[in-house]
Design a protein around this ligand. Structure first.
Ligand code: F6R
Length: 250
């Protein structure tokens, strides 16, 4: 993983957006793996600004999101569907038929996990996966003790994740107890990973990032693009870290 120190949240967001925009310019039909949470909001804002300036075109881009709360309606403003439309999809020219997220309203876990895994297979390789990291080191909703061999699965959220996410809800009781998440195995198949880490948790989160704590240790092992000639070989995983707080965190 190549660690890039950013001076503040804005700088972190611009650096992440730069990598994603280069990807979209070089390969207009890229598959982008996307995350929610406060860490990537500034990245989406920057991408929207460049789109509005005419520098970016998302018409041929396909997206796959990491996760969605179980039992959450897409129109609920706490759903990850809502988040993605609010911060990104509604502001760029992405084709709605190329937007993919787990369906939190499917009660049959087996059916939904199989459906989403089939979607992930059908879109092909993820060119860039954008990630945040939870306070306890979770990636997507893959909690630290999760089994990394899995594809999409339904998880029971840990108390620490419920505690961390309650800031977005009226109270901790309103935070869903389960979520659908892409598995670490699938995340590891992305060609490139951009991990954005910011705010008061950055010290502990990047502590996780530099230690052997799973699942982040799996991300650290993400392979370098060794098939390219040395002169053009670049890191396949970028950790963009700032200790400045995200303005989006209450
Ligand atoms: C969201 C997700 C989560 C967040 C993590 C960090 O789709 O997958 O793993 O990335 O909880 O959240 P923030 O960015 O709010 O600190």
């Amino acid at each position: 993983m190549r660690i890039i120190r950013a001076k503040d949240y804005k700088d972190m967001s611009r650096k992440a957006a730069n990598i994603i925009s280069a990807q979209v310019i070089l390969k207009p039909d890229s598959v982008l793996g996307l995350a929610t949470g406060s860490s990537p909001i500034g990245t989406y804002e920057q991408l929207v600004k460049w789109y509005e300036k005419g520098d970016l075109d998302f018409a041929d881009v396909t997206t796959v999101n990491l996760d969605e709360y179980y039992g959450m309606k897409p129109e609920n403003d706490q759903s990850y569907h809502y988040f993605m439309h609010d911060h990104f999809f509604d502001h760029v020219n992405i084709d709605p038929s190329r937007i993919n997220l787990p369906n939190g309203m499917e009660p049959d876990e087996k059916k939904e996990c199989a459906r989403y895994d089939a979607v992930l297979r059908s879109v092909g390789d993820v060119d860039i996966q954008l990630l945040g990291i939870g306070r306890n080191g979770h990636i997507g909703f893959n909690e630290p003790d999760d089994c990394f061999a899995k594809g999409t699965h339904c998880v029971e959220l840990t108390e620490s994740t419920i505690e961390a996410n309650k800031r977005f809800f009226a109270s901790a009781d309103d935070v869903p107890r389960q979520a659908y998440t892409m598995g670490v195995q699938t995340i590891m198949l992305a060609r490139r990973i951009v991990l954005v880490v910011s705010g008061r948790d950055s010290r502990s989160a990047s502590g996780h990032a530099f230690s052997a704590v799973p699942p982040i240790n799996a991300i650290l092992r993400h392979p370098e693009s060794s098939s390219a000639p040395t002169a053009v070989r670049t890191a396949s995983t970028f950790g963009i870290v700032t200790q400045s707080a995200s303005p989006c965190v209450s």
